[in-house]
Ligand binder design. Structure first.
Ligand code: TYD
Ligand code: MG
Length: 478
């Protein structure tokens, strides 16, 4: 039996295409492209889409694919050539992280700790995509929640002053049911909150389990590719990233974004970790307010305001950038030098041997009289420093405390320290410096040997200062 093929037809002019378009390519009608299956008699006007629902996303209905001759491949439209634009300051920030707008038919995973603001972010994205100011007009977007009731989401939307006409809310955890509803609405985009709460009938295991999470994601991927409707998935991650969730799904989806933030700070970062349609160096900066997330267009201002709220500058505090997979993180290292302390060394989050080495190098190669001092080291917020890239920040923190000289807030340190007091380069310098620059740091101390390879980097207003050794660093900074 011939497998029916999905086609998009303009209900105004009858133009048909293998892909969905927000604006008909023939008559420029807005949101007139309706989906239906080939082989079914094709009405050209006002047909009932529900008749044409295909269920090809289901695992048991997947087509056995055959190899295709290259010359027979219908190359279609380059996914990079057209994107769903996202308007406004907030939309521009999200669009930039996505690589310049939303690609039709892409599957986007948004991961993050519980409570970081994923549902808030996606509700806002859903609203701006539905409003579609830059697309000529509104079109339906469906926000499905398996965690909250429609009323709860509605209340949240009210608080955020979202009143988009074409935003549909639906509480469901049954993927088959969700996708059937999605098809009848002729959507511009679909949001699933969260992938851990949905399930597919006929797949073993409970929602949130490895097989359910994988099968559901694959079904949603097939749906996105078949219909060209972009799909957003929310995924919770724990600090360890161990649960059957985002880490497993990163391979399946097209785009992976992570949302990060600290409990005591209202700032949220949206980071692209994987993007089949754009760069992964993008970083969006937002502020969580009473009425949802607001784009911070100038992160250095955000940085300065945070600095001003800290009434006193502390000596013994230095910032470095560590990598976690492909993600760069800023962390703070604290040092406390106490003359005549009965405890000689106490380290937390830094390897004891490494700390001892850095202290010895500071004594021998930089002439710091740390011998009669107790030295305490701590990495803020319980992260462990497992990379040598943090050496320079450890040394700077110790110097700062010993000399009782607080470091200015907008300065970061990246580099490994050798036994001769020399500062060595570390992997992924570009990525680390990019993060520092995007966050509006004023100065970044790097190894001299990395200087030339970094010259091509766009660092904005951040000053890159290259140092050969510890003495040089101390002379420049202190
Ligand atoms: P939420 O989006 O529910 O997080 P997640 O989906 O990642 O679990 O948001 C969590 C927090 O955000 C919650 O503690 C309240 C806060 N919040 C605001 O500060 N302002 C707002 O406008 C909204 C909607 C939430
Ligand atoms: Mg949520």
């Amino acid at each position: 039996k011939g497998k029916s093929k999905t086609v998009w037809v303009c209900s105004d002019c009858g133009y048909d295409d293998g892909q969905w378009w927000g604006i008909c390519k023939q008559c420029n009608g807005v949101n007139t492209m309706k989906q239906f299956s080939e082989g079914v008699e094709r009405p050209t006007r006002g047909f009932d889409v529900s008749e044409t629902v295909t269920r090809s996303w289901l695992p048991h209905e997947s087509v056995r694919a055959m190899p295709t001759k290259l010359t027979d491949v219908n190359k279609g439209i380059n996914p990079l050539s057209w994107r769903i634009p996202m308007s406004g300051l907030f939309g521009a920030e999200v669009g930039r992280v996505l690589g310049g707008g939303l690609v039709p038919g892409c599957l986007v995973l948004v991961g993050g700790d519980p409570g970081v603001g994923k549902s808030t972010l996606l509700l806002q994205i859903a609203a701006i995509v539905a409003e579609g100011c830059d697309m000529g007009g509104p079109a339906p977007v469906l926000y499905v929640s398996g965690e909250e009731s429609v009323e709860q989401i509605g209340n949240r939307a009210d608080r955020m002053r979202i009143r988009t006409d074409e935003l549909f809310l639906y509480a469901s955890t049954d993927v088959e049911d969700i996708l059937e509803k999605a098809q009848t609405l002729s959507l511009r985009a679909l949001v699933i909150d969260s992938i851990q709460t949905v399930y597919l009938r006929g797949v073993t295991g409970s929602a949130g389990g490895l097989s359910q999470v994988k099968e559901c994601t694959e079904a949603l991927l097939r749906f996105a590719k078949k219909t060209n409707i972009p799909v957003f998935l929310i995924g919770h991650v724990t600090k360890s990233g161990e649960i059957a969730g985002p880490r497993v799904l990163e391979h399946i989806v097209d785009v992976v974004l992570y949302m990060e933030g600290e409990k005591y700070s209202s700032h949220r970062l949206l980071r692209s970790v994987k993007n089949r349609f754009g760069s992964t160096d993008e970083l969006g900066v937002f502020e969580m307010s009473q009425s949802g997330l607001q784009a911070v267009s100038n992160p250095s201002e955000m940085f300065l305001s945070e600095q001003q709220s800290d009434s006193e500058f502390l000596a013994g505090l230095a910032v470095t950038v560590i990598m976690d997979g492909s993600r760069a993180f800023l962390i703070e290292i604290q040092a406390l030098c106490v003359a005549g302390s009965s405890v000689s060394r106490q380290v937390n989050g830094v390897q004891a041997g490494r700390a001892e080495m850095i202290i010895s190098v500071l004594i021998k190669q930089a002439g710091l009289k740390l011998q009669e001092n107790g030295v305490f080291l701590n990495v803020v917020s319980g992260v462990s420093l497992s990379e040598t890239a943090g050496d320079l920040a450890v040394a700077a923190a110790i110097c700062s405390s010993f000399l009782e000289f607080p470091l200015p807030m907008g300065i970061a340190f990246i580099g490994e320290i050798g036994l001769g007091g020399e500062i060595r380069t570390v992997p992924r310098m570009d990525k680390r410096i990019n993060t520092v620059a995007k966050l509006g740091y004023k100065k970044c101390i790097v190894p001299k040997s990395a200087e030339t390879s970094l010259s091509a980097l766009d660092v904005g207003d951040t000053e890159i200062v290259a140092c050969r050794n510890l003495k040089e660093m101390i002379n420049i900074v202190f």
